[in-house]
Design a binder for this molecule. Sequence first.
Ligand SMILES: [Fe+2]
Length: 488
Amino acid sequence: MSNEIIEKFQKAELLLNNNAFSEIKGNNDYDYLINELIEYIEENENDQYIVTTQTIRNYQDNERQRIHEEIKENPKTREIRANQETPYEIVMDISNKSYTDGDINDLNKYFNDRYTKLKKIIQENPEFKKITDLKNTKANIENLTSIGIVNSINNTKNGHRIIEIEDPTGTGTVLVLKDLEDLYESSMTLVKDEVIGVSGSSNGTLIRADDIVHPGIQRRIVDKKMDFSIVFISDVHIGSKMFDEKAFNRFIKWINGNYGDEKQQDLANDVKYLVIGGDLVDGIGVYPNQEKELKIKDIYEQYEEAARLLGDVTDIPIILSPGNHDATRLAEPQPAITEKYAKDLCNQKNIEMVSNPSIVNLDNIKVQVYHGRSFDDIVMAMNGYTHADTDKIMKLLLEKRHLAPIYGERTPLASEFEDYMVIEDIPDILHTGHVHINSHTKYKGVHMINSGTFQKQTEFQKIYNIVPTCGQIPVITHGALQILDFNE
Ligand SMILES: [Fe+2]
């Protein structure tokens, strides 16, 4: 490889100094870089015969300027955007609501809040209006209904299922007989720490379940009117060697009305909002040996680069929520990324930094943004689920009315006084990311979107045969979904 690099430059009558050589060798697309660099020198610095790192910097600046000229907003798009209203409201943001100091009493308050909120939702079902406190279920009771948090789920030797539940008064042991096939089947999707309603009968020791209900959501019959488009992206991973900058630039070029066929340009002109669902940058120290896979090794520089790349999108609001790679508290709910790390982004007028999760109302379309860290826990807990099953996972979370029901596993949850991960209001759109594989389904009238990634397959993903959907971006336009592909 070393000789090959030197020979290529020699053929162009150029010499490489040591630092420039190391930098080119370290580039994972060095063939492309060499050709581009030689072309740049011939056109712009033809009196040079030694290539230094400064030559590379000059080439990069020149390239950035060229791309900027290419992707900056189309005049037609600018005019449309200058004449349109883009009202929005942040309905839920926890950034300034974090009070906990990790006390055990906080944990009790947290679970009490989770229980109270979800109990209220379950009690919208008339059958659960009147419930028996779990402390009073240790008697013979024919028809009872109770509501509790799932403490544990186990199988008996005979293949039945035992679920321990708890409410503020005590605990109850729920038996699901394997002969009740439908109930048994649906109990397979139960997870620890979710809140459920149980109806059945008690023999003083066990509650034999006839039915188990989730808080659930009502099916929506009529869609909300929507006469514009919203674009959803996540997991851009700026700073990673595998960040697909070319695809991302094509995306920005499109959103600014300069890329694609006439239909795609019309769609761009219809876009009123861009939502980013976390992992804008790759971060540092997120997993062992990450630095080997980083092109930009400094977190501040990663956000500077992000600001440069997003800086050409100026006339539509950008809603920016963090993920587990971003520079904010790792425990969920995650406060918004602040000026401390991302000064330029925070100063960009059309960028609205929000927490993860958060709810935004975009011209009357309610969007729940959640990065999706809890998907890791759901995949671990649920038999037969993989990270590609985000449609199934999002459906479960909507039924459980909780974004991260399992406590104390991979998803670090901050035990706030209030459980902000409860889905109190049903959104029109649930936007998630994290798994790098996009998906879209409509469930009971709610668009459930996972917005994929702009990061090409990493070494880790290769080992596990995970194929990311890089550069394939979901757009909700006038109530329907379209996927745009920015790969060439
Ligand atoms: Fe990610």
